[in-house]
Design a protein around this ligand. Structure first.
Ligand code: HEM
Length: 415
């Protein structure tokens, strides 16, 4: 068995990306694993990760940690960011309440027809070639166009925003926590973040002057008990929605289709019964989750279970390890959509539970059955599969699928 000090470097090693789960298992068995910086721990069991997400003494505000409290230029995110994801009550409660007013189940439902049309367009575009590169041809364009449409971003701006948004996901890798250095590409990320924020600041102002039928307008106008989002809050949270709303869903599309193509019996069962889509998506969220790692920060000295944490420490939660914990799941390493113990932490838990969970469930619930309904004889080209470099967000950069024919888009939708 590897020394405990070697496990975290192994986790970050690119050779671990295709299958990080043995490394997660080793880290889970040794929890709490001290971070090399001496400022915090990694947790990997389901019970500990859940307890940490429930523990109101732990903070989502990274500026309370040693790593992000010093020179802002050395941090992976500017401390003044007023985003939902990085705030605690009472600020978080207030922001979440205002954003939830605009981000409703009705709004998600209204996108259903748009999502269906987009899925069929993307499948039609791949049809003549008899081969689809799933990541570039389906997984990216679908959620990106959905979130762009929802926010009311002009189509002509999407390419510009997407290029900037592509450099941000590595900010979620816990390299600062583990090694005391930001993940690669830090300077580029800071520039992209600033440019995107300036873009949304301007878009928010335009929508305030002349509102449209979109989420930025709704968020600009939303008010509760006389309270409103400030210009800065609007810009920071629209950027959050753009990033959170597509990178993660891209990875869920990759991971769900890959799981089905590698489990052809499950794909066949889905074709026969499209209602199985929901169970398949939830099992992918557990078994090969788009978000593998979360972080929490320690505002003041406290005892968490058997661990003494000091103010400024960081707690790294290996939620993907927790979701394969044999103490919480029977046959934890198997992909079993029929399992009854499938509760997962893939959308987080508690106060910060993902605001877009219903939207991505809807997208996947339509896409997965339609893919196997319209594509005839889809076969994965295993040699084409490439994983992303990121540690905290898991997905692919390439996956080619061959098929013999495509059934017409006039075919009734399975769901
Ligand atoms: C499969 C797709 C998705 C996954 C796996 C995912 C995962 C997560 C997770 C794990 C959190 C909690 C983070 C924490 O506790 O620190 C979260 C929060 C959040 N997500 Fe998602 N997400 C997805 C899609 C979306 C979409 C489509 C949107 C918006 C359009 C979105 C918007 C948000 C927002 C705004 C938060 C912050 C909530 C808060 O702090 O109160 N997410 N997401």
């Amino acid at each position: 068995m590897q020394e405990v000090s070697e496990l975290i470097p192994t986790l970050f090693d690119q050779r671990t990306r295709p299958d990080p789960y043995p490394c997660y298992a080793a880290l889970r068995e040794r929890e709490p694993v001290p971070l090399a910086t001496g400022r915090g721990v990694m947790l990997g069991s389901f019970a500990s990760c859940l307890a940490a997400l429930r523990d109101r003494r732990l903070s989502s505000d990274r500026t309370v940690s040693w790593a992000y409290s010093g020179d802002p230029a050395a941090t992976t995110s500017r401390p003044e960011i007023q985003s939902l994801l990085f705030s605690d009550p009472p600020d978080h409660t207030r922001l979440r309440r205002l954003m939830s007013h605009a981000f409703t189940p009705g709004m998600v439902e209204r996108l259903r027809a748009f999502v269906r049309a987009r899925i069929d367009d993307l499948i039609d575009a791949a049809a003549p070639a008899g081969r689809i590169e799933v990541v570039g041809g389906l997984a990216y364009p679908l959620p990106l166009s959905v979130i762009g449409h929802m926010l009311g971003v002009p189509g002509s701006d999407m390419k510009w925003l997407h290029a900037r948004s592509m450099v941000l996901p590595r900010a979620f890798d816990p390299a600062m926590a583990a090694f005391g250095t930001p993940p690669p590409g830090h300077a580029e990320r800071m520039v992209a973040e600033r440019e995107m924020n300036a873009y949304f600041l301007e878009l928010g102002r335009r929508r305030l002057r002349s509102p449209g039928d979109d989420l930025v307008s709704e968020l600009a106008m939303v008010s509760a008990d006389g309270d409103r989002l400030s210009e800065r809050e609007l810009a920071d949270n629209c950027r959050l929605l753009l990033n959170a709303g597509h990178e993660t869903t891209v990875n869920l599309i990759d991971n769900t289709l890959l799981a089905l193509l590698r489990h052809p019996r499950e794909a066949e069962r889905l074709r026969a019964d499209p209602h199985r889509a929901s169970a398949i998506v939830e099992e992918t969220m557990r078994w090969d989750s788009p978000v593998q790692i979360l972080q929490r920060f320690v505002p003041r000295d406290l005892r968490f279970g058997e661990v003494d944490l000091r103010a400024g420490d960081i707690v790294v939660l290996l939620t993907a390890a927790a979701q394969r914990d044999p103490a919480a799941f029977a046959d934890a390493d198997a992909f079993l959509p029929d399992r009854t113990d499938g509760r997962h932490l893939g959308f987080g838990f508690g106060a910060h539970f993902c605001l877009g969970a219903a939207l991505s469930r809807m997208e996947l619930g339509l896409l997965a059955p339609r893919f196997f309904q319209r594509l005839v004889g889809p076969v994965l080209d295993e040699s084409s599969v490439r994983y992303r470099e990121q540690v905290a967000l898991r997905g692919l950069t390439r996956m080619d699928v061959d098929f013999t024919d495509v059934r017409p888009r006039e075919l009734a939708w399975p769901l």
